[in-house]
Design a protein around this ligand. Sequence first.
Ligand code: TRP
Length: 340
Amino acid sequence: MSAENSQENRPVILTGDRTTGPLHLGHYVGSLKNRVALQETHEQFLLLADAQALTDNAHDPEKVRRNVMEVALDYLAVGIDPQKSFICVQSLLPALAELTMLYLNFVTVARLERNPTVKDEIRLRGFERDIPAGFLCYPVAQAVDITAFRATLVPVGEDQAPMIEQSNEVVRRINRQAGRDVLPEARALIPNVGRLPGVDGKAKMSKSQGNAIALSASADEISQAVRMMYTDPNHLRASDPGTVEGNVVFSYLDAFGTDRAAVEELKAHYRRGGLGDMKVKRRLEDILQALLGPIRERRAALAQDPGYVLSVLRDGTRKARERTQQTFEDVREALGLFRL
Ligand code: TRP
């Protein structure tokens, strides 16, 4: 069965990733894991968000282009199945740009400036003085991404929740103007493990912060990252009682340990004293090597066959073009724009 002939009328999922670098473990626990599971029951589109990537990388379009393939390889390597999901390239979908021009009129600049995720990003990127207009407006383009596919479910990390909220606001305004529900609202699906911290203990794992473990990391890079991980700074001797809260190694064990009871036992031992950081780190390293080894192997095999990956993107983008073009027609119609 190909995704093309699959059952219609399944609920639609849309997610995307900026193509600025290979994906990492934060993406995996935040969203990819859910996407792999949900492709069985939903019609799923994955957007290689190269146009959004340009909003904070206009000085480096070559990086944005190169990473389209890298992110596509990550998707396929973690188990996104092109027989079940569509993978498409954002900048090759002109209806998204056309819809963005319309949606921008249903949001205020003040509202855009209040988006907490955008505020954080502006601070991190040092954009305080010179915010690219495209960057300030990207939540509107993202509202378009979601609604142009008629998605009702968006599996994302918690940092993206304000985007879904803002998207639904735009949807309600357009529907009110149209006098009918031309667009559906969407719900964010956020995993309950919370945000995965960076290996340095910073609140968020992020490529731009240099504190991430890529899904394509080599065995050595994984060992090194685990060795560098922030633990409890007051846990000087193995015999000392240690603190689990805020200890990055335990946050990762919570996120990736499959044997819950074993993780709880480890925590109790650490709190009591008598368990050294090295031992806990070795346990975590085994778990991460076992998770990422097969992903790395599949990724390397797929990288040998770029023709196949391109054909997956071509098929997905064709399907996405039909869907998004149809929504553009519907919105034009609903707003009563001129026709010839
Ligand atoms: N903003 C998301 C990120 O930074 C990427 C993205 C683009 C996205 N369009 C989307 C996510 C639509 C969910 C839905 O990773």
